[in-house]
Design a protein around this ligand. Structure first.
Ligand code: BGC
Length: 723
């Protein structure tokens, strides 16, 4: 470890250029870099933890003595006092007074926790997600956090992987759109705004392909798949201005993401011209030794740094070895300077040199503001997906007596979901409380827990059955604990533990209709629960709004509008199953012998209390040339009796091309409220290159002449592209 330096003056210079708030950022960066010693530069490229670390998966030792020159710290506090203390040390006790950058995992809210990202995606409402991220940014920045390790935009096809909860589902474009929304929400128009934070796109790249859904493992990704499945959201996020990225833990077909020059330098820096920096995931530098591409931490540091990773999160590789590697001539000075410039650039953009300290504020001024809670509530509402509603059993009749049963019914903690920042269970409205507030007549509600999330204890079944018998309808609240998804939280099956399924079977015997409410962090295997349920409502892990939306959905106050952003397989054995699979050579054969080959609920599935009828798609032309404009429109009529919001998902399919392409690909979506009886016209401005074209295995875009289909729901239109 390097030793803190003694303070020396700047050669009598009172106002060096880099301290001049009016000077252009690039000039300030260059001026500062020119003044820095090798040791000072190296320290800028390290991230330590400040105080405790609340990620149980990361066992790195707490760094007791933080050098005043440290580049960044992970800061797990809610109050800026600790931050300001360290910042003061950096500003006043280090030779150059370079501010520290404070990072934290603000994943789906800081204190006002909103739904997990997988749920957010099911809202198809990026505008709302942008607002939620802006709330998270405000709470975080006012608490002393400058930088969030979010959004996670890892496309994932395997629900066993716990981190599927943290991303926006199985589709690259959907991940891209929500990525852009969150980057805008976090970063706003200017990072110097005291209510915004720097975003970090993670985990770059391909982490979602984790083999068999196990975390931290190998990922088998061909170059073609890397491009058409995993890169798009990152490209969109970089274009939207995300100032940092985090390199992933996975080994991409032989070259770990954290030592991957192709992705971190050739693509990110050379092709996409990203001028911010890449931070490693926690310990990812030293893990290169475990992965087998480096025989020592020193070699790992060299490989990671040369590949294009600028900041080492808690491996203590860069702080120990970069200076030696430079002196040994293994690292060119220009690469070191470039890395430092990238880190400093972000600090200047955040305004940290000019406003290094966080202003004092009370928790009331920062957290759970009425407007923040409203956004979290609205997002939770729109994330709910009505999967089944046989005989329109929902909404419930005004007098129905409801038996609330199951481990989710009165639980609050688990509704927060993984990575719940500083969320507290006391902030959450339980499902039962939500119902109490919705249905003023309390005599309509009965409760029995029935069983726990797991285990074999059936002693609560009898009470649950008794309560069910006294009711008109059973609201069976099943699901997952928050610790069952997120990092290092894979499951071997998507089925709920047997005890929960058994409870459902017992309750079914009462003959009372079962409304199955699910709260979970991944798609579930529901083939045994589906037949015994009249209705199924997926609420994901909704955050502080908890049971409020479901109560409104049961009463009919809210008309559900969510649609799945990830496929619910019929059974776990179907994995990987996702809507945009490539075509089969025999689509009429190749099915499973024992079960259906179809998913239980496909991507895009979600019911409403009203019905929408789609008219024919009208294209502005059926024959187009390269470079021409094409617009398609479809009228959608609300033919039911309630107002409702509909999301139109626009897919394209390219039947024949020089490489095989998926059966269909989502290219655009749009959500609009349609009043009962009204018609709205949805419009998609097609960009031929972007939407009809495809990328090859090096990300090069091609557009071939031929026929294409544009599709929405059960409608399609053929377009011919001629040369
Ligand atoms: C996770 C990252 C997270 C980091 C810092 C890692 O273990 O993979 O997603 O941002 O820890 O907490």
């Amino acid at each position: 470890m390097l030793h803190p330096y003694r303070i020396t003056d700047l050669g009598g210079e009172k106002n060096p250029l880099y301290k001049d708030p009016k000077a252009p950022i690039e000039e300030r960066v260059n001026d500062l870099v020119a003044r820095m010693t090798l040791e000072e530069k190296v320290l800028q490229l390290n991230q330590y933890t400040l105080g405790r670390n609340n990620n149980v998966n990361n066992m790195g030792e707490e760094v007791k003595k933080l050098p005043a020159e440290i580049g960044s710290v992970i800061y797990f506090d809610t109050d800026a006092e600790l931050r300001n203390g360290l910042q003061r040390k950096a500003m006043e006790e280090s030779r150059l007074g370079i501010p520290v950058l404070f990072g934290y995992d603000v994943i789906h809210g800081f204190r006002t926790v909103y739904p997990i990202s997988l749920g957010q995606a099911c809202s198809w409402n990026p505008g709302l997600v942008e607002q939620a991220c802006a709330v998270a940014a405000q709470e975080a920045r006012m608490s002393g956090v400058d930088w969030t390790f979010s959004p996670m935009i890892d496309v994932a096809h395997d629900g066993r992987w716990g981190r599927v909860a943290e991303g926006y589902g199985e589709d690259p474009y959907t991940n891209g759109v929500f990525c852009v929304a969150s980057v805008k929400g976090y970063q706003g128009d200017t990072l110097a705004d005291e209510r915004r934070v720097a975003a970090c796109l993670k985990h770059y790249v391909g982490y979602g392909a984790s083999e068999a859904g196990r975390d931290y493992v190998y990922t088998e990704i061909s170059k073609q798949t890397l491009w058409d499945t995993y890169m798009l959201p990152y490209e969109m996020g970089v274009k939207a201005g995300a100032v940092t990225l985090m390199s992933a833990f996975n080994d991409i077909s032989g070259v770990p993401a954290s030592a991957n020059r192709y992705t971190m330098t050739e693509i990110l820096k050379d092709r996409w011209k990203h001028d911010g920096f890449v931070v490693s995931d926690w310990g990812a530098v030293e893990q290169l030794v475990n992965q087998g591409v480096a025989s020592s931490k020193k070699e790992a540091s060299l490989k990671a740094f040369q590949a294009g990773m600028e900041m080492d999160m808690m491996s203590h590789g860069y702080d120990k070895y970069l200076a030696d590697l430079l002196k040994e001539g293994k690292i060119p000075e220009e690469r070191l300077n470039d890395a430092v410039r990238r880190v400093l650039r972000v600090k200047f953009r955040l305004g940290l040199f000019d406003n290094p300290y966080t202003k004092k504020s009370t928790e009331e001024e920062r957290f759970l503001l009425p407007s923040s809670l409203e956004i979290a509530g609205k997002l939770a509402e729109e994330s709910v997906v009505l999967l089944k509603n046989e005989d329109n059993v929902l909404p419930l009749s005004a007098s129905a007596k409801i038996a609330v049963i199951g481990p989710i019914g009165k639980n609050k903690w688990n509704l927060l979901g993984s990575w719940s920042g500083h969320g507290r269970d006391g902030d959450v409205v339980s499902v039962y409380e939500g119902l109490e507030a919705e249905f003023k007549d309390k005599s309509r509600l009965l409760y029995a827990k029935g069983c726990d999330f797991e285990g074999e204890d059936e002693s609560g079944f009898a009470e649950a059955v008794a309560v069910a018998k006294q009711s008109d309808v059973i609201l069976l609240c099943l699901g997952e604990k928050k610790t069952w998804s997120g990092e290092n939280a894979s499951r071997s099956t998507l089925a709920l533990p047997q005890i929960q399924e058994k409870l459902a079977m017992e309750l079914q015997k009462t003959g009372k209709p079962i409304i199955l409410l699910l709260s979970n962090g991944r798609p579930l295997e529901l083939n045994r629960l589906e037949p015994v349920s009249k209705a199924i409502v997926e609420i994901w892990q909704p955050g502080v709004a908890g049971g409020k939306p479901i109560a409104g959905i049961l009463s009919g106050r809210i008309n559900p509008s969510g649609k799945l952003a990830i496929t619910f397989p019929y059974s776990t054995g179907q994995i990987p199953i996702y809507y945009n699979q490539r075509k089969s050579g025999r689509s009429h054969q190749g099915f499973y012998q024992d079960i259906t080959s179809k998913p239980l609920y496909p991507f895009g599935h979600g019911l409403s209390y009203t019905e929408f009828e789609y008219g024919a798609i009208t294209p502005s032309a059926t024959v187009v040339k390269r470079g021409e404009k094409l617009t398609v429109e479809v009228p959608v009529t609300n033919v039911g009796e309630r107002d409702g919001a509909e999301t139109v998902l626009w897919f394209i399919s390219d039947p024949y091309s020089s490489i095989t392409r998926p059966v269909k690909e989502l290219k655009f979506f749009d959500k609009q409220l349609i009043k009962a009886g009204d018609t709205k016209v949805f419009r998609f401005d097609v960009d031929l290159e972007r939407d009809f074209g495809f990328v090859d295995e090096n990300g090069k875009r091609f557009l071939e002449a031929g026929e294409y289909y544009i599709m929405v729901k059960d409608r399609k239109v053929k377009i011919e592209l001629v040369d």
